[in-house]
Design a protein around this ligand. Structure first.
Ligand code: 3PY
Ligand code: MG
Length: 265
């Protein structure tokens, strides 16, 4: 008989459910070596982006392998909530998914189903060929995988915001994550996530997510923004992106050098 267990104490899902602040870094460089560099900094999670970064399942796999020795949760964002892609991401070993543009409870229910094997859902069975089951070595993987699977959904449209309570009520949705970029575009403020109207909608959405009892997350572009979001009640928050750290650090280094160097006669 398979013993039914919940997420391991201290695991990402366990900490998420306890409402601990969990800080992560967006990975858009699509590279295992830089992913490992970022992992060594001690983040609670890294988000590997299949929506807006040049990733394939194979590049995601390489990044997953690179960060495997580090005590963080690798999260994958598929380009869309497509069950065929979700199946592949889960098979290579991601346990936590962040699905973009979720707008209704029905859509959220279909996503939950995509992460679960029958009879709970529709996830296809890879058996012992999947890395997720350690190639068949994890006892009872098929029966217990869903207990370790964490589904985070992105709220980033007017319709999604309207349906926060219904989406959060779906069993199997573990957290709701606001995407300020798409949400600001949906509100008519493309490229201006700081606009007061966008900020007001975000603040209200975060309060409503918290009230549902599900974890509330948001993309923050930097550490100060991240701290402010935690103060507002978010519990899983990015502190920026690998690309942003690289471009920001490179530009600052050049600026400092140019500003301090005395031009030669
Ligand atoms: C958004 O801001 O739209 C996101 O998806 C998070 O980067
Ligand atoms: Mg988005």
């Amino acid at each position: 008989m398979v013993v039914q267990r919940g997420p391991a104490p201290g695991s990402f899902l366990d900490r998420l459910r306890r409402g601990e602040p969990l800080f992560g870094l967006w990975q858009a460089l699509a590279n295992p070596y830089t992913a490992e560099v970022c992992a060594s900094a001690g983040f609670d999670w890294l988000l590997f982006d299949g929506e807006h970064a040049p990733n394939t399942v194979q590049t995601l796999l390489a990044q997953l392998q690179a960060v495997a020795p580090y005590p963080l949760e690798p999260i994958a964002r598929p380009p869309a909530g497509d069950p065929a892609i979700i199946k592949q991401y889960l098979d290579v070993g991601f346990r936590t998914l962040l699905v973009p543009m979720v707008e209704t409870a029905e859509q959220a229910e279909r996503l939950v189903a995509a992460t679960r094997f029958p009879p709970l859902g529709i996830r296809g069975v890879a058996g012992s060929t999947s890395r997720a089951s350690r190639f068949g070595a994890v006892p009872g993987y098929l029966q217990t995988a869903h207990q370790h699977t964490c589904l985070l959904v992105q709220i980033e449209s007017r319709t999604g915001v309207e349906h926060i309570e219904a989406i959060a009520a779906v069993d199997g949705v573990d957290g709701l994550f606001i995407g300020p970029g798409d949400l600001s575009a949906a509100l008519g403020h493309l490229g201006d996530a700081k606009h007061p109207e966008v900020q007001a909608v975000i603040a209200d959405a975060m309060t409503r997510i918290r009230a549902t009892g599900k974890a509330s997350g948001i993309f923050a572009a930097g550490p100060a923004d991240a701290r402010a979001r935690v103060a507002q009640g978010a519990t899983f928050v990015s502190v920026g992106t690998d690309v942003g750290l690289l471009t920001g650090g490179a530009a600052a280094a050049l600026l400092e050098a140019r500003g301090t160097l005395t031009p030669q006669e």
